[in-house]
Design a protein around this ligand. Sequence first.
Ligand code: AHR
Length: 521
Amino acid sequence: MIVNRPLSRRHFVAGTAALTASALVPKSLCAASSSATARVVVRTGSEIGVVRPEFHGHFAEHLGSCVYGGLWVGKNSQIPNIDGYRKQAVEYLKELGIPVLRWPGGCFADDYHWRDGIGPAAKRPKRVNIHWGNYIEDGSFGTHEFIGLCRLLNAEPYLAGNVGSSTPRELRDWIEYCNYPSGSTLSAERAANGSPEPFRVRYWGVGNESWGCGGDMRPEEYARLYRDFAVYCRDFGGTELFLVASGPSGDDTRWSRGLMDGLGWERPQGISMHYYSGGADRSTNFTVDHMNDQLSSYAKVEASIIHQRAVLDSYENGKKIGLILDEWGVWDNISEEDEKRYGKLWQQSTMRSAVAAGLGLNLFNRQADKLYMCNLAQIVNVLQSLLVTDGPEGEHCVRTTTYHAFSLFKPHRSKTAVQVETDGSSPLALSASASKSDKELVITLVNPHHDSDLEVDCTLSGLNASGGTAEILHHADWNACNSFDNPDKIIPKQHSVRVDGSKTQLQLPRLSIVTAVLQIH
Ligand code: AHR
């Protein structure tokens, strides 16, 4: 496992039932089903950084049934809605808490012209969505509808600006339209369209994947364009902008260095990287080996974050730039049948996906000092989503296993992450993270093994706990999911935790996520 900084590693796996540390390796290397003891040390005095709520951010693109039919069903729909927003989706998302929501893309953003999505819906032009299936995009979900959704969810809006097929003027005007309070022609237009109050949008992406669908550029070309655009992006009405430059795909340091070398005096506040964990199988039909390949990729995600942070830090004032994991999650082999039925890139979340989410969210805690924001791709129906609906016309809206994995990490928000030592260095070893406030210590453990239950002995170094509670998300079948017929098959349940001063014991069955919230003094 890659840790935040070098720690003296203590290898103390103790076998039970005549098993040894081999119980902690994948089935392909160890045939028998097993149980083992693993030890964890929480260094409560070694603080890493704040677990920013923005590590639990999300992304909505005009793609498949993410927006249309997912979040937005329209005011005249038979599906219960709040002014056009799918009611059940809003309720579930509010319950979880969405700190930040990025929109309208993705690749879509660099072919989107914001004026196509304002004014009377009937008059909005019809465009072709060239990236995601050439369907007719009628613009009925535009800037006002997006801001309305963010207000309903209490989420911070994050708008992705078009650099690939647009001009600095167009982006500058969008910012003025959103943020200038009153008196200018653009702010008057916003008021006439129903919003006299400015939207005060802080987060603005300056292009998306500019090395690919966002313009197919070389880093120096993009850096030049970034400068051209950013210089006209102003703090209209006093809303201080946080500009996000398009960063690398995965750990592409050639892109990051090229971008940093080409930037001028005006540095972005954030640089985004995208890292998807590909899957060779359909989401509900994974083989053990393919699951283990996919879950192993989270060690690479963690290494990339450490690496990319180091690249940014090596530049003058680079430390001030926030590293944003703008798109992440599992991207399985998409089923054509599901796509036809439910929308492009529609993907079910299984227990495997939940474990993947747990590995990701744990590593964000461990790298809390290196990250600014992380946005899962995508919030509804597309790729690794929180909710799935049965197509744009479907009434069902189901919380996925990924939704429940995120809910298990909620207690970490705004606490201070602390160092944790675990057994083993395999990418499939027990994953752990911890965070604390004055009164609570929160520990999340993820057992990614499909064939080995773990009894975890946890030592709290530096403090004692007086009691605690725990919740578990678990299913022994990695292909199991919450379906339209059985929406609550996999949900968090109360779990027993033994607390005795500085010692805590927890059972982690194979393929499980456990969060313990301990009272400390
Ligand atoms: O999330 C789907 C697509 O993946 C996005 O549009 C793009 O940014 C990335 O390649």
